[in-house]
Design a protein around this ligand. Structure first.
Ligand code: PMP
Length: 283
């Protein structure tokens, strides 16, 4: 049984409870972060905390505690639950209040953290074969840059992918790819990595920021702009990034084989660099 953190307490998972009036439950009025764990250490913790602060600020939500305390909670859960490879999930909601659309004048934020053990995370078999994706319309709300817990459409997208025999879906809006259901999307043409520019249309991936920086340091060219599914199908390579899948090659989009149909050299190299560098800086 795991130890879970709920509002200041470390409790066995079957004793972790929050109010039925919690606004996270009633309105999806909450934000979250997922930080991966490798070698028992947190990957890019500073990046995740910075984005959490931004999400909270955009929603005028109070921070549940300071950064040092958040780090201490993460570390204690990783240690107590013996996580070598896996992740820490963190969620902050506006808290419990009588049901009303307007934000309550005073509510104490709810803070919940739990771990998931995922042995073999860094050595995922899918990274060796690459994954298939399908395209679907992007039907999410307009503030995707805020990492809210309203994940129903991404969930529907994963189910559509599953039904089509694919691992994930790339979402398309106004003719251009926004991102994957739970990751940022990239294509590679020659020595150039192309990924959608930042804005309210996509989540500002912590892995995206790290991978683009490492790509530039490795003398690869980076272009931040929108691209279409047709352009992606004709690219040399495609891949996605996220905190829990790192860099994952994409080898098929809507049934069209990408490049040779096997993970390409750029995606493979970026995965290696990302894992190496991140491990060195893990806390
Ligand atoms: N886009 C979406 C929609 C996501 O849900 C995620 C992962 N939470 C990402 C991108 C990747 O972000 P990160 O690299 O910070 O995990």
């Amino acid at each position: 049984m795991r130890t879970v953190y709920v509002n200041g307490e470390y409790v066995p998972e079957d004793q972790a409870k929050i109010s039925v009036f919690d606004r996270g439950f009633l309105f999806a009025d909450g934000v979250y972060e997922v930080t991966s764990v490798l070698d028992g250490k947190l990957i890019d913790f500073a990046g995740h905390v910075a984005r959490l602060k931004r999400s909270l600020a955009e929603l005028e939500m109070d921070a549940p505690c300071d950064e040092a305390e958040l780090l201490a909670i993460h570390k204690r859960l990783v240690a107590e639950n013996g996580i070598e490879e896996g992740l820490v999930y963190l969620q902050v909601t506006r808290g419990a209040a009588d049901r009303d659309f307007a934000y309550p004048e005073a509510a104490t934020p709810t803070l919940v953290l739990f771990t998931q053990s995922k042995p073999g995370l860094a050595d995922a078999p899918a990274a060796k074969t690459g994954i298939k994706v399908i395209s679907i319309p992007d039907r999410r709300w307009g503030r995707r840059d805020i990492k809210t817990v309203q994940l129903l459409y991404p969930s529907m997208g994963k189910m559509m992918a599953k039904a089509a025999g694919a691992a994930d879906a790339w979402m398309v809006e106004d003719g251009a790819v926004t991102e994957g259901t739970s990751n940022n999307a990239y294509i590679v043409k020659g020595n150039t990595i192309i990924t959608r520019h930042l804005g309210e249309e996509i989540l500002h991936g912590i892995t995206r920021a790290a991978v683009l920086r490492m790509a530039s340091e490795a003398q690869m060219k980076v272009e931040e702009r929108a691209f279409t599914i047709e352009e992606a199908q004709q690219a040399d390579e495609a891949f996605v990034t996220s905190a829990s899948t790192f860099v994952m090659p994409v080898v098929d989009i809507d049934g069209a084989q990408i490049g040779t149909g096997a993970p390409g050299p750029v995606a493979q190299r970026l995965r290696e660099i990302y894992l190496d560098e991140s491990r060195k800086k893990a806390v």
